[in-house]
Design a binder for this molecule. Structure first.
Ligand SMILES: [Zn+2]
Length: 369
């Protein structure tokens, strides 16, 4: 009787032991499979989209947050990267002038000389510009160079409002200003010269000045270009490319722009349609900035590296896109004469007005020691 009882007890113990082992084995398999799936980022085929939610083990080890808060925490790591516009934009802007050509080192002869020769026998400059050199060692120059800002070079039409008038300079005044520069030891340089002087310490002439013309109005070709040619001066012209594409009558044509570029004048980007570039999406900024840069490159034979903010409006996102696209710098409508590497996307200018007299002009451009 006692023997049989012991045998039954042993059988019972073995049964429970066996059951325990089975349970342990099953639990171990489940955990191992989970671990494998987690390690491989495995999602079962045919799983519904909800299965892309991170597994519970990735949730923060804090008390259960409100549903919306928890979702935000979950979603952060699985947000997919920005789509195609970013990828397209991180490619260097294509240079339509000389595909496949090796990028030369930055030397002075890359910059065309001012328009000292007739415009018709000069082919467009096909030389691609290199990326902006980084500053020499750990610092760069801060240089005082007046960058003059013009818009219209014409007598304002009858009935012009105060804004239109203020944006205009009488061609007679403009000629007197250019004559003063030519006769008083000034040399017109361009923004490339300024960048290379700041970053590479490329020497500048004794009295450098930069002439900029915003918007690409027709009267620039009619009234400013001949005077610049006459005195051998170089200007930088900020073009709104879609206005030219559309053939708007108050703006230059591509033929005029190409002729001026071939004569050594600089053509740079002023966006496609002149919008306010603050608080815009990345895609929109790429479209406006890269779009105008590529259109200009197709016409002038080099990839322009400078930008002029439409209406002087920009924000950090605008500057970030200019950096992304390898722009060398940008000009604002704020006043000032000092420029350096750190503020290269916010270079200041001096506004030329209808009321700017020749003595005013001289005060603006003459370096006062
Ligand atoms: Zn403008």
């Amino acid at each position: 009787m006692g023997k049989r009882l012991n045998w039954l007890k042993r059988q019972g113990l073995l049964f429970w032991l066996g059951l325990l082992l089975l349970l342990l084995a099953a639990s171990g398999c489940t955990h191992a499979a989970d671990a494998r799936n987690q390690a491989a980022g495995f999602t079962p085929a045919g799983a519904n989209p909800a299965s892309t939610t991170p597994p519970p083990t990735l949730s923060p080890p804090t008390a259960t947050p409100p549903a919306s808060q928890g979702k935000a925490v979950y979603n952060t790591p699985v947000v997919s990267p920005q789509p195609t516009p970013t990828l397209a934009a991180t490619q260097p802007p294509p240079n339509t002038a000389a595909p496949g050509r090796a990028v030369p080192s930055p030397t002075a002869e890359l910059i065309p000389l001012p328009g000292l020769r007739p415009t018709s026998d000069r082919p467009p400059n096909p030389t691609p510009l290199p990326p902006l050199p980084t500053p020499y060692k750990t610092y760069s120059w801060t240089l005082k160079v007046p960058i003059l800002m013009y818009h219209y070079i014409s007598v304002p039409p009858a009935g012009a409002d105060e804004y239109r008038t203020d944006l205009s300079v009488d061609p007679v005044q403009f000629r007197a200003q250019m004559e003063y520069l030519a006769n008083n030891g000034f040399t017109t340089i361009d923004l490339y010269d300024l960048s290379l002087a700041i970053t590479n310490k490329q020497p500048l002439p004794p009295k450098p000045v930069i002439l900029t013309f915003d918007d690409g109005y027709l009267d620039i070709y009619q009234n400013a270009f001949p005077i610049l040619q006459e005195f051998g001066l170089k200007g930088t012209f900020f073009i709104i490319t879609e206005f030219i594409d559309n053939g708007y009558p108050d703006y230059m044509s591509w033929a005029m722009i190409e002729e001026m570029a071939a004569a050594g004048q600089r053509m740079e980007s002023h966006s496609k349609t002149h919008p306010d570039l603050r608080e815009q999406t990345h895609e929109y900024l790429i479209w406006q900035i890269l779009g105008s840069q590529q259109t200009l490159a197709a016409h002038i034979g080099y990839t322009p590296r400078y930008f002029c903010y439409p209406g002087g409006h920009y924000d950090e996102a605008t500057i970030a896109v200019l950096k992304e696209l390898d722009f060398w710098g940008a000009v604002t409508t704020a006043g000032g004469k000092w420029h350096n590497f750190e503020d290269r996307y916010e270079w200041t200018r001096l506004r030329m007005r209808f009321t700017t007299s020749l003595p005013d002009f001289i005060t603006m451009v003459e370096p006062l020691e």
